[in-house]
Ligand binder design. Structure first.
Ligand SMILES: Cc1ncc(COP(=O)(O)O)c(C=O)c1O
Length: 355
């Protein structure tokens, strides 16, 4: 077999990993990335564009987005020194791994958000995957505690609600993991607006707890790329060394401020998504031959006879969902984001027809 000529230049971990890819079908109703299906309303967009127009584009942002950190801290009842902001929480996941674990061990659940393991492996780490409990993806507390003790990972990632399963884990169990872990435990609360589940009150008690949040879901800013973390001030300061200077553009920073100033406009949208989630769950459960899991997020996981065939039929009917059947324990599973009512109707019609 011909050897890869890039072996001379690149680390084996980089050569081994596949690039993150997602096929795009611009014509389809897009329910594949757990986005908010609502863009900013035209009046808000105009106001935001006026704010952006007044920014000096030729200037760097401040080295640290202090005003945004203060604003987020105030909302969370924390100190600004406890917040780090970056261009997407994916970047913070990478920074957390870089700060804790090179050629070490990273503990994740299985199935869970794939970026934890992808980033772990790119930096030469071994991913310790702890399988979630069948049949409803419960948190395998004893197995996690055993893995922490035996494998001594450098960092652990738990998404709550978990993605792509959508369930929240019991708070006491999560806290036991944090209390017993001798490493950082990152609880990824990307979908917090839809679940209302947070370990925020426990940040003070546990210096090894890191909470990860994003503007991509409940604030509908997937395109603006803004994520943040909350942690002990000394930990946040150390993590800031890993983040690139100016890694949040002044446009994104202003956009984040803007949506925080107009948070009241997002609350009814989030409430509608939660209502629609209930409606979709009920409608899907009334269909024959489907296994549908409860969700505390803005997406629903379901199992069909053939994920590949169902995905293709939905797409042919103009609805794009995500085939997640390559994740551990998710054979023949698809995931659909909760969209606007008319998008959800189109999905439900296409799903029924596909069965
Ligand atoms: C659990 C979880 N964390 C983080 C992210 C990524 O967030 P961001 O857009 O801030 O990079 C996602 C995106 O789907 C997610 O599901």
């Amino acid at each position: 077999m011909k050897s890869n000529p890039w072996k001379r230049y690149l680390r084996p971990e980089v050569l081994r990993e596949a690039a993150y890819q997602l096929s795009s079908y611009p014509e389809a109703i897009k329910l594949n990335q757990n986005e908010l299906s609502y863009d900013l309303s035209p009046d808000l967009k105009d106001e935001l564009l006026r704010r952006l127009r007044d920014l000096p584009f030729q200037r760097y942002p401040l080295p640290q987005p202090m005003a945004l950190k203060r604003c987020l801290a105030e909302q969370l009842g924390l100190k600004a020194e406890q917040i780090e902001v970056a261009n997407g929480s994916n970047v913070l996941i990478q920074a957390l791994i870089l700060a804790t674990s090179l050629k070490g061990k990273v503990l994740t659940l299985d199935p869970t958000f794939s970026v934890y393991e992808i980033e772990a492996k790119l930096f030469g780490n071994r991913a310790i995957r702890v399988p979630l409990e069948a049949p409803d993806f419960g948190l395998p507390l004893e197995k996690i505690l055993a893995a922490l003790k035996k494998q001594r990972p450098n960092i652990a990632f738990l998404a709550n609600p978990n993605a792509p399963t959508g369930n929240v884990f019991p708070e006491e169990a999560l806290l036991e993991v944090v209390a017993k872990a001798k490493c950082l435990v990152v609880v990824d609360e990307a979908y917090v607006q839809f679940s209302q589940a947070t370990l925020l009150p426990y940040l003070k008690k546990f210096p090894n707890l890191v909470l990860l949040r994003t503007f991509s879901k409940g604030f509908g800013l997937g395109g603006a790329r803004i994520g943040y973390l909350a942690a002990h001030p000394a930990l946040a300061e150390n993590l800031s060394k890993i983040l690139m200077p100016y890694c949040l553009s002044s446009l994104s920073e202003a956009t984040a401020h803007f949506v925080l100033d107009h948070a009241d406009r997002f609350a009814p949208i989030v409430a509608e998504v939660i209502r629609e989630r209930g409606r979709m769950l009920a409608a899907m459960r009334a269909l024959p031959g489907l296994r549908v899991w409860d969700s505390a997020a803005n997406f629903i996981l379901f199992r069909v006879k053939s994920a590949k065939a169902c995905f293709a039929r939905l797409l042919a009917a103009g609805v794009l969902v995500r085939n997640v059947s390559d994740h551990g324990g998710l054979k023949n599973c698809l995931r659909v984001s909760v969209g606007r009512p008319e998008e959800n109707d189109a999905f439900l019609r296409a799903l029924e027809a596909s069965l």
